[in-house]
Write a protein that binds this ligand. Structure first.
Ligand code: HPA
Length: 273
């Protein structure tokens, strides 16, 4: 088992000496959703390249900042720039933002992502509450980080996504009259998008949306005792469902269009916490 407490001890110590407060909610911002941080009162921003040992995201639409911000008198920690497994980082590196959130005593962790819609119920620009995840593709790596017993026993003690946090998110969507869809988020390793045959299989197995992050972060966040929930921004139809070719540009463009709804929803969630 890899000891993340040991691996990141110094980094957490350095970070603690720089932070203006301990956050109540932490948010990892997905592809194209990073601008949300700028809609809040930013108290302090720390470029991740100032933190020795912090992996740098190499993906377009992912800036490397940790922001300490306030909204509705709540103390927030935002990660602008996600670290993906497909970039070649180990899962213990991918887990670092989640680890930081927990070590700074964040009670809640909101994971956000861009995802391809598979279910007929989903169209690009929809927001979807992730009601469950698969993480087959990285089971071995998750086990290495959080331990075999924890994975086998997860249904005994890991409540993720958090029922309590999901209820708050549903209430926020209702209050804002946002048609928040719900579905299963299916993780694929990437980095290339899926083939039409893979999407057909995932659909048969019960996946509603597909993406390259979040599922394993949710396991680790829950393992560290945070209330974890996740929201997907449906940026495109998954491969094979339309004639259109998939591109990262399309993902970013659609995420841009959903920004308003996303901002309204997440702000309401923060107010309700
Ligand atoms: N597949 C995987 N990841 C994604 C997609 C997709 O269709 N859209 C946005 N992220």
């Amino acid at each position: 088992m890899i000891d993340l407490n040991g691996k990141y001890e110094l980094l957490i110590k350095t970070l603690r000496s720089k932070i203006p407060f301990y956050p109540e909610l932490s948010i990892i911002l997905g592809s194209g959703l990073g601008d949300f941080a700028e809609k809040l009162e930013i108290i302090k921003s720390i470029p991740t390249n100032e933190l020795t040992g912090y992996p740098q995201s190499t993906v377009e639409g992912h800036k490397g900042f940790i922001h300490f911000a306030k909204y509705a008198e709540k103390k927030l920690l935002l990660f602008q720039g996600r670290i993906h497994f497909y970039e070649g980082y180990s899962l213990s590196e991918v887990f670092l933002p989640v680890h930081i959130a927990a070590k700074l005593n964040s009670q809640y962790l909101l994971l956000t992502n861009a995802a391809g819609g598979i279910s007929k119920n989903l169209i690009p620009s929809d927001l979807m509450l992730d009601i469950s995840f698969n993480s087959f593709a990285v089971k071995k790596e998750i086990t290495e980080v959080i331990g075999i017993a924890s994975v086998y026993e997860k249904h005994k003690f890991l409540d993720f996504p958090s029922k309590e946090f999901n209820a708050i998110i549903r209430e926020a969507a209702a209050l804002k009259q946002i048609n928040l869809k719900e579905g299963v988020y299916w993780y694929t390793k990437g980095p290339s998008y899926e083939t039409a045959a893979e999407i057909k299989m995932i659909s048969k197995f019960g996946g509603d949306a597909v993406g390259m992050s979040t599922a394993h972060e949710a396991v680790y966040g829950a393992k560290l005792g945070m209330k974890v929930s996740a929201i997907s921004c449906i940026t495109n139809y998954a491969t094979g469902l339309t004639a259109q070719k998939l591109s990262h540009i399309e993902v970013i463009e659609t995420a841009n269009k959903v920004k308003n709804n996303f901002e309204n929803l997440v702000k309401k969630i923060i107010e309700l916490l």
